[in-house]
Design a protein around this ligand. Structure first.
Ligand code: FO1
Length: 343
């Protein structure tokens, strides 16, 4: 069976470990978010691609969820001694080797998708990892200028900062007024991305950040249409449990785009893919919904939302969603496959 997953960073990577454990005989393609990518000290860093590659390849720092295990930060400290900014980005010494290989390969003219495949030859993650695009498209966050500057009308001046600065330096604690994926209009899906969606037997949306991870991938021209039209069932896993993100700061992102931090609101945000059923009260629309999902897993603590989600035209089931260990994650994957009607 061909499984395709759209994945962000830490939550997505952890879920994918469960996919590989639950479905050892299936071919898994991961379309990785590259909106988090950043140039740091002249090096190209691809946080979500590296998190998937290291997590599935056995090199991840378990306690951080990103970067390498047994990492040191000597180069970072030396750069700080020179007063070189940014000092807030955790550039690990082992991690730098990955960024050096990637950067020199880019400078030699290789596309990011080829470079990612080459890096994976070392890590053998057990999936085909494809960046969502080979083109530069970086998430910027619109915030009130942290310096307190005001515009001519005396209102807080709004500026755009790179997602990593918002996420790491400000810990997403300064309100995001919006997100802009700079360059996405000119970006093309990387080779294999559209086919991986169209030819899949099932497409999974792991519990990654719906705004800055999954939402970012959906903005790459062609991806949303492929998701709406693929014959594969599309099943998502709620990253929100009991009104809060399991990990990370998805609530800050959802609030910024006016979506409530609930499993139901995120399901509605993704939207039903199939024609709305008569029971939903909508007219028998022949075209499929404007949305992306057929099924949605919510945590048992959100079981009260199942009926409302089903009324949206999305099949829904309440199961344990905490990826506390590999067996728990495997069980989630089996539930997702079952919800899609897969053996
Ligand atoms: N996250 C942090 O909270 N602090 C860091 O210093 C940091 C450094 C870092 C370096 C390489 C990398 O691949 C990821 C890194 N991350 C760090 C995580 C990263 O900001 C996030 O994982 C994603 O961008 C969002 O999922």
């Amino acid at each position: 069976m061909r499984i395709t997953a759209l994945a962000g960073g830490i939550g997505g990577a952890r879920f994918l470990k469960g996919v590989l454990a639950a479905r050892p005989n299936d071919a898994v393609t991961v379309i990785g978010n590259t909106g988090d990518d950043i140039w740091i000290h002249g090096l190209r860093v691809c946080p979500d691609l590296d998190t998937v590659m290291y997590t599935l390849g056995g090199g991840i720092s378990i306690e951080r969820g990103w970067g390498r295990e047994g990492e040191t930060f000597t180069v970072k400290e030396e750069l700080a001694e020179y007063g070189v900014e940014p000092t807030w980005f955790g550039l690990g010494d082992k991690d730098i080797a990955t960024h050096l290989v990637r950067t020199q390969s880019m400078q030699a003219g290789f596309p990011l998708s080829d470079i990612t495949a080459a890096l994976c030859e070392r890590w053998k993650p057990g999936v085909r990892l494809i960046p969502m695009t080979d083109d530069r498209a970086e998430t910027n966050v619109i915030v009130d200028d942290p310096s307190g500057a005001l515009d001519d009308a005396g209102r807080p001046l709004q500026i755009a900062i790179h997602f990593q600065e918002w996420w790491i330096k400000y810990r997403a604690q300064i309100p995001a007024r919006g997100f802009v994926l700079v360059g996405v209009d000119q970006a093309r899906p990387a080779p294999g991305v559209i086919e991986a969606i169209e030819q899949a037997d099932i497409v999974l949306l792991p519990p990654s950040n719906p705004v800055v991870s999954i939402g970012t991938i959906l903005q790459v021209p062609g991806v949303a249409d492929a998701l709406r039209s693929t014959t594969a069932p599309v099943v998502g896993v709620s990253p929100i449990v009991g009104g809060a993100p399991v990990r990370g700061m998805a609530d800050a992102c959802l609030t910024a785009i006016g979506v409530e931090t609930t499993a139901l609101a995120v399901a509605a945000h993704y939207g039903a893919r199939l024609p709305r059923s008569a029971s939903a009260g909508g007219n028998e629309s022949t075209e499929i919904g404007g949305g992306f999902i057929d099924g949605w897993l919510v945590d048992e603590s959100d079981s009260a939302s199942v009926a409302a989600i089903e009324a949206l035209g999305i099949r829904c089931r309440a199961v344990p969603l905490l990826m506390s260990d590999l067996d728990a994650t495997k069980a989630m994957v089996s539930e997702a496959m079952s919800l899609a009607g897969m053996p």
